[in-house]
Design a protein around this ligand. Sequence first.
Ligand code: ADP
Ligand code: MG
Length: 708
Amino acid sequence: MYKVVDTNELNIEEVFASNVFTLGTMHERLPQDVYDEIVRVMENGGELSKESANIIAKAMKDWAVSKGATHFTHWFQPLNGTTAEKHDAFVTHPDKEGKMLLEFSGKELIKGEPDASSFPSGGLRSTFEARGYTAWDITSPAFIKESGAGRTLCIPTAFCSYKGEALDKKTPLLRSMEAISTQGLRIVRLFGNDKATKVTPYVGAEQEYFLVERAKYLEREDLIFTGRTLFGAPAPKGQEMDDHYFGTIPESVGAFMNDLNLELWKMGVTAKTQHNEAAPAQHELAPIYETANIATDHNQLVMETMKKMGYYHGLACLLHEKPFAGVNGSGKHDNWSLCTDNGVNLFEPGDTPNENIQFLLVIACIMKAVDTHAALLRQSAADVGNDHRLGADEAPPAIISIFLGDQLFDVVSQLVETGEAATCMREKKFKTGVSTIPAFNTDVTDRNRTSPFAFTGNKFEFRSVGSSDSIGDPNTVLNTIVAEAFCEAADILEKADDFQLAAHDLIKEYMTKHYRILFNGDGYAREWEEEAARRGLPNIKSMVEAVDALVSDDSVKLFEKFGIFTRTELESRAEILYERYAKSINIEAVTMIDMANKLYMPAVMGYVGRLANDINNTKAAGLDTAVMQDYITKISGELRTAKAALDELTELTNKAKAMAPGKEQAFFYHDKVFPAMRELRTPIDKLETMVDKAVWPVPTYEELLFEI
Ligand code: ADP
Ligand code: MG
C-alpha cells in the first residue's frame, strides 16, 4: 500500500517539477552557449548542433542518474490513443576490468528507432518495412517517471514513419501549432502589434474519472476487458439527490487525490482543482493551462498516474466515457485560448467588446471555422466510448454549436441586424441582501453547461472530448480550422485600402453568414435537434458515421493547405478508426457472451432449479405455492428472452468477425452487433432484480458505486 504522504512534511515549492529537466535545471547544468542554443531552438525551431546535443544528453543523464534513474525511454503517443515507452538502461559494455560507465549520447536523445511494427499505422507501414522513428520534441520537457519499474528518464518524442508520415498524435498537433501561430500573427499585425513573434494555443484539460474498489473491479470481466459495465441493474439511488457533486471528498478518495497530486507535481503537472463530480464515485481533476503540446503530454500523464495511483490505494480508476448506465458519464473539457508571446490573449473581450475590433474579428473567424468544419470538429472528439455520450442521452449533444453568453451574443446580434453594435451589456452587482457579505460584479459570460463549444470569459471550452481520449486530435483540429479562417481573413484585410471599413464589413459578413452556429438555449432539448436540422447543422450520432468528415474533400484541402496531414495520412487514420471501432465492439460483445454463458445463465438456472425443488417441498407440506409459482414463471420467462438474445448476439458477432476489416465491418458492428448487445443486457439486468442476491455472480452497481 502506498503511504499517504503528509504534505506537512514537504515543501511543495521544492517538490514541484523536481522530476523535470526544466529550463532552470538546464541553466544550472549546461554551459551558457549551449543553454542559449537550446532556448533558441525551443522558441524559433531549427536544429541543435551535434556537439550541443551530446552535451545536453550528458547533462540530462547526469541529472537523471542523480535522481535515481536507471533507464531512459523515448515516450510517444501512437494512434491507439495511449502512450508508449521502451526502456533502455544507461548501462554500457563494461571495460576490461569489469567497470561500467553509464552513457547516453546526443544521438540517443534526438532519435530512436523502436521496432514499432505492432502499432496501428493504417497501412502506412507494412511489417517488412516496419521502421518507425521517434524524434525528440524539444518543446516538451524531459521528466523522470517513478513506477514499479524504478525511475525512468522520459523524453517526449514524435513518432513518424521512414518517409516522415505522422504515426502519432503529437506530430500533427505540433504542425497545427505552427500553422495557427503563422496565421494568428498576421491577424495581430493587422492591428499594429509588431512586437509579438508567435501566437500559441493554450489548453487546460479538466479530467473526469470514476474510482471503484480494485477487488470488486477484478471480479468483473467487463470492467477488466472493456473499461465499462456491460451489465448491471441500477442501484436504488443514483445521482438524483445531487449530493455527490462538490460533496465532501470520501477519505479513501482523498488519500488517493493527495498522493496523485504529489506524483503529478513532481513531474511538473500543475494539478490544481479537485472535486466530486455529478455521478456517485465520479471525480474531477483540472490542471492549470499550458501550451497545447505540453497540456496534451500532461493529460496523458494525468490519466496514467490516476491508474497507477489507484493500484497503490486498492482502487481502480475508470477513465471510460460511460462506465455505468443510468448515471453521468465522463468527459474532458478542453479549455482553449490563443495568446501572443507579448501577453495578448486573442479571446480577451475587454470591458467593451463591442468596440474591440480585433476581438470581434477573432470571434467572427471562430464562428466561421466552427460552422464550416462542424462535422470535422465533431469527429475529433469521436471515440467508441464517447458514443454513449455524444448523440446518446447525455451531455453534450452531438450537434456542434457555439454558446457566446448573453453579452457577446447580444453584440453579435446587433452587428448582424444593424451593422453596428452601439451598446454592450454591463456587469451587474451581485447582491445577497446580507450587509456583511461584500458586493461584487457578476460575470457577463454566464455558463451554459449544455453547450459543446462555449465561450467562458477569455477562452473557449470544447466539451465534447471523451474522458479516455487524447486531447491531441481535438486541439489539432481547433488550431487548423481557426488558422484557415485567420488566413482567409488576413488575405482580404492585408490588401484593403481602408482597413477599418474592410474589417467592419468582414466581421459583419462572417457573423451573418455563420450566425446559425450560435445557440444559447438548452442543448439537451428535443426541440434543439429539430431546430438544428432546420438550420442545416450536422447531427452525427456515432463514431463510425463521423469518420467520413476526416477524409472529406474539404478536410483534405484544409489539412493539406497547412501541411498538417496529407491525404494518405488522413486515409490511414480513417482506416485505423474503423478497425478500432470494430475491434472494441467485438471485445465488448465477446465479453458479454462469455459472462452470460459462464456466469449469469448458470447462476439463474441454478436458482430456478432450487426454486423448483422448494416448490415441490412446499407443495408436499400442503402449503400454498402461488407466490413461488409466480416468481419462477417470471424468472423463467426472462431466462428464455436472455437465451434467445444470447444466441442472436453470438451469431451476429461471428458474422461480423468473419468480415474483412474496414468501413463495412465497422458499420455492421454498429448497426447490428451493438443493438444486439442491448437486447441481451435488458433481460439479464431484470433478472438481477428478481433472484436471490446471494446467487448473483458479480458485484452490483450498488457495491461498485456506493461502497468505497
Ligand atoms: P470549470 O469546471 O468551472 O470549467 P475549472 O477550474 O475546473 O473550471 O477548469 C477550468 C480550466 O480552464 C482549467 O484547466 C484552467 O487552467 C483552464 N483555463 C483557464 N484560463 C484559460 C485560458 N486562458 N486558456 C486555456 N485554458 C484556461
Ligand atoms: Mg471543472
